[in-house]
Ligand binder design. Structure first.
Ligand code: FEO
Length: 174
């Protein structure tokens, strides 16, 4: 496998693993706050990021590269508010999108069209995840601290779809 492509794929493995840990910390915080729907959504999101990581690990190994399983930094465990959680989540997803775009660039520069094709799944996934995070944030802004609104938001989020399968979409409150 092209060494430069292998390096950026391994960087991406670490980012997906960190995303999984970060969302797991958010889920645990939400559970402690009594926001069971939000916690369920974030636990599932954490699983999804682990799936993204595994898919990359298997791809690198199948293509003759060496997947690196890196140690991870401990994520923050306290969050100011629900709004702050989803602002951080969106910011994190935007960072991941930039990283995927860089991966696409490197594949094209190195003429690795197989990896380029593989990574298109992540390009679509990022579009969906960013859109879902923005929708959720819009709803939090609408609630504006209202307790009844928060109750309904949490209940709706419990049923929001975020799945760990290719070509899955995310939807909330539609
Ligand atoms: Fe796998 Fe949400 O980035």
């Amino acid at each position: 496998m092209n060494k430069r492509v292998e390096k950026v794929l391994n960087d991406q493995i670490e980012k997906e693993a960190s995303s999984s840990q970060f969302y797991l910390a958010m889920a645990s915080w939400a559970e402690g706050e009594g926001l069971s729907g939000t916690a369920k959504f974030l636990y599932t999101h954490s699983d999804e990021e682990r799936f993204h990581m595994l898919k990359l690990v298997k791809f690198v190994n199948e293509r003759g590269g060496d997947a690196i399983i890196a140690g991870l930094k401990t994520p923050q465990k306290e969050f100011k508010s629900l709004e702050s959680v989803f602002r951080l989540l969106l910011k994190h997803e935007i960072m991941v999108t930039e990283s995927i775009n860089n991966l696409v660039d490197v594949c094209l520069q190195e003429k690795d069209y197989t990896t380029h094709n593989f990574i298109q799944w992540y390009v679509s996934e990022q579009l969906e995840e960013e859109a879902l995070a923005r929708t959720i944030l819009d709803k939090i802004m609408l609630i504006n601290g209202d307790n009844a609104g928060l109750y309904m938001f949490d209940r709706d989020l419990e049923n929001a779809t975020i799945q760990t399968k290719p070509s899955s979409g995310g939807s909330f409150g539609e």
